[in-house]
Design a protein around this ligand. Structure first.
Ligand code: PMP
Length: 401
């Protein structure tokens, strides 16, 4: 043993570099496209009104701070599974879902990965190329082997559907397949409903098990129902599946770390066994989860008035992103005489778009135009206001050509 001094530096988290460089830039025209959070039209952080109302209720009730059970707040687990699948869904009615509260999306994925690692040690998981950068950290740390399936086609700036299907088909039987439920990060490209059916066909045929990552329910389209349709389509086939949920984005509860892991099993008995194993894994990692965010979500999802107000705020947030996409596209089409098709900005969904800018183009965006994005070229449109669209369009056209 050489001592702790032998420990080297960990690689820097790429997003941190972007926000630090953005913060240090004194140019008043600067634009931050590296964000992972919602911003208002004034580009300020946003706390949902409905969250403030729920917190006020909680304060009035004077609830205590006792430990939660290992699986989390029971009422939250019920509410979150019902929000995801719909309360009248067969998987809920038949008690086939094992739901355990998680430390937001990341922690819920980590629990899923731990479950895979301990019960399917030789199995691998297929992930999209590209995917959210942290997926690889989560899987590596849990000791789950992964390989990539094609997803993004740089030529069309759209889904490489044939590539995706043939890679999922080519993998050995019985893999896990990580899928983004909606608003794919980083590309902003989702399969169509017809394509989801074909994806489900192939996964069923190959006896793979899907692991859905659902971070944007309601925040992509503005409808919690529409954004859950991919997951519900798989559940309706009677398949086994895992779904990690997060309330970071759709309730703006980033720092509360609230989410859940749901495992849809083939019988209530199997669901009970899976739940006991999830609890066993959670116990050793963090003992039991935090209560504050769980109470907020439960109050909102479980109260019809607050729920409708939440849906309204979701439509507002999703609507702002869509209107920025539209304005940006209009500015680009009006200004760019080269004939380049910028319509991917309005075709993509959710807060991210991926235009596949190369390093030189990203450098020019940053150095000449003070526009910051992550290294992979992901652009968060939450960092854009109507007022910035003209300028941003000029920056794109100048840097692209
Ligand atoms: N998955 C994806 C695809 C994400 O975009 C995010 C948030 N950036 C997460 C998971 C997890 O976020 P959190 O842990 O804050 O819920």
């Amino acid at each position: 043993v050489t001592g702790l001094d032998s420990i080297g530096m960990a690689p820097a988290e790429p997003n941190v570099e972007v926000s630090e460089a953005f913060g240090a830039d004194r140019n008043e025209m600067k634009v931050e496209l590296g964000l992972g959070a919602y911003r208002t039209e004034d580009l300020q952080p946003y706390v949902l009104n409905v969250v403030k109302k729920a917190e006020k209720l909680m304060l009035e009730r004077g609830e205590n701070k006792e430990y939660l059970p290992i699986e989390g707040l029971g009422a939250f687990n019920k509410a979150t599974a019902e929000l995801l699948f719909g309360a009248d869904n067969a998987v809920i009615q038949q008690q086939r879902v094992a739901t355990v509260q998680g430390i937001s999306g990341t922690g819920s994925l980590r629990l899923a990965a731990a479950l895979i690692h301990s019960h399917f040690p030789t199995s691998q998981i297929l992930i999209s190329s590209p995917t959210w950068g942290n997926h690889k950290n989560i899987l590596n740390d849990a000791g789950v082997a992964w390989s990539e399936y094609r997803y993004y086609d740089p030529l069309t700036v759209a889904l490489d559907f044939q590539g995706m299907i043939s890679d999922i088909k080519a993998a050995p039987e019985g893999c896990f397949v990580l899928l983004h439920g909606c608003a794919h990060n980083p590309t902003g490209i989702d399969p169509t409903p017809a394509q989801w059916q074909i994806i489900a066909d192939v996964i069923e045929e190959k006896k793979h098990i899907p692991l859905f990552d659902v971070v944007y329910q309601g925040y992509a389209s503005g409808s919690v129902e529409a954004d859950a349709s991919s997951v519900r389509l798989f559940a309706a086939r009677g398949m086994e599946l895992l779904v990690a949920q997060s309330y970071s984005k759709n309730m703006g509860l980033y720092a509360e770390r609230i989410g859940a892991i749901n495992v849809v099993c083939s019988s209530p008995d199997s669901a009970q066994r899976v739940k006991s194993q999830l609890k066993r894994l959670a116990r050793g990692m963090y003992s039991n989860p935090p209560v504050h965010g769980a109470r907020i979500v439960t109050n909102i999802v479980g109260n019809s008035d607050l729920f409708s107000e939440w849906e309204e705020e979701l439509r507002m947030m999703a609507g702002r992103i869509k209107s920025v996409r539209k304005k940006l596209y209009e500015c680009l089409s009006a200004k760019d005489k080269s004939g380049k098709d910028w319509s991917f900005f309005v075709k993509h969904i959710g807060m991210y778009s991926y235009a596949g800018l190369n390093e030189a183009q990203r450098e020019r965006m940053r150095k000449k135009w003070h526009v910051y994005m992550t290294k992979d070229g992901r652009m968060a449109l939450t960092g854009v206001s109507q007022a910035k669209c003209e300028y941003l369009a000029d920056a794109f056209i100048d840097s692209y050509h």
